[in-house]
Design a protein around this ligand. Sequence first.
Ligand code: NAD
Length: 479
Amino acid sequence: MRDVKSLQGKYLTDAWRTTERTFPVVEPASGAVLAHAADCAAAEASQAAEVAWEAFLAWRSTSAFARATLLARWHDLILANEEVLATTMAREMGKALKESRGEVRYAAGFVGWYAEEAKRVYGDLFPGQDPDKRLLAVPQPVGPAFGITPWNFPLAMVTRKAAPALAAGCTFVLKPAEQSPLSALLLADLWLEAGGPAGTLQVLPTADPAAVAGPLIADRRVRKLTFTGSTEVGRLLYAQAAASVKRISLELGGHAPSLVFEDADLDVAVAQVMASKFRNAGQTCVCANRVYVHRSLVDEFAARYTAAAERLVVGDPLDPATDIGPLVDEQAVAKVERHVADAVAGGARVTTGGKAAGGLYYPPTVLTDVAPDALMLREETFGPVAPIVAFDSDAEAVRLANDTEYGLAAYVYTRDLARAFRVSEALEYGIVGVNDGVPSAPYAPFGGVKQSGIGREGGPWGIEEYLSVKYVSLGLGPA
Ligand code: NAD
């Protein structure tokens, strides 16, 4: 099964199955229906919990080396299928093809990294007071895990969860976003082709997320909930997971500040704030959402940044020349329009863009003189809009940056090492990029503080989320 049409109506539990009810997956670029996806509901979710538990009983007893071999094969197959994965993603959620190809490699990166890490889940033999006891701390898989992912990274948000889960010996049930179920189904098909045992990775597309999530979160055999998405939904799921005291990971919204200090290398700052802001048309949780620039540089920065934004190519996501594709849906465009209109009403000046370009397209937009109470300085915009605001001192920059309930990523541009340390330590964020607008990597810890989430994904931190430590105290008896 390697094309979109063959995925119609399909979901995966211990085998490919079909639902009678389906929902349309619509291409943001054209409004055309790309495919009709399976519309799973409570019955399929309960069945998935059963399958996940049964499969877990066998999967947890496989050797780490066997799991590593399967993950390594999955990694190779994902890379070998880059073109179909990238074009499916570009079509179902509008990501420009060159970025979609990059995401395929990024997604494979998690699988490759955790293929290796599976073999390095070590326990401890540690000292105690009694000479006739031996004390062990043994890491074990937490159990079946349930993951819910967003549409903005249809592959990488899945592998960032599923790869460490499978490496640790957990089985994994995925509910992909309704905008991007096809990429997730292709990934699961490749897992089967790699030799992944039936039931270890399941995918349940649905148009009604609560109907599928409810039974899986309530089920006591499902021991872990991992969610990436908005803070609003994360809060709801956190409360639901409390009833069965599940292990929880939440990767939630962001509202990233970029701080450009007076000693910054302007070439670096402009290029990195561009990359950070306009990746995926501004639809990433770590996107620079607010750009604070020292007053001495603000005019020059704004001029150079505006010129760079004007060079971006807006167009069909399948055209390899395109930098910015359409936004994901009408609500996304409406939110960007609302934020821009609000800023302009408050006195902001639009230096480029500022008007929807037809369909779901919105051009790269830069604003200056944005009032402190503007919506775009308070909420996640999730679109290609960069508000530039002047500051006068380091203390003011840090205060503005921290003045939010979010705490995912922040960026600092400076050539002064002491300032880089002081400011990054003062920022209440889980990730700080210093002269680096794109810090995410499969081997690094990704996650937020405050209302941006709980837990970390990536690197050795990411697999800890799927392990619990069993303490074994072994009495040796008389010698
Ligand atoms: P969303 O919260 O609306 O949806 C995310 C997922 O949750 C989807 O699969 C959706 O179907 C599901 N969902 C929605 N309501 C649900 C419910 N009641 N019960 C169970 N599941 C439900 O978010 P979105 O609009 O798809 O994604 C954008 C958001 O995700 C942004 O806030 C962005 O910052 C955040 N995000 C965070 C990270 C991160 O790593 N921190 C990464 C990507 C996106």
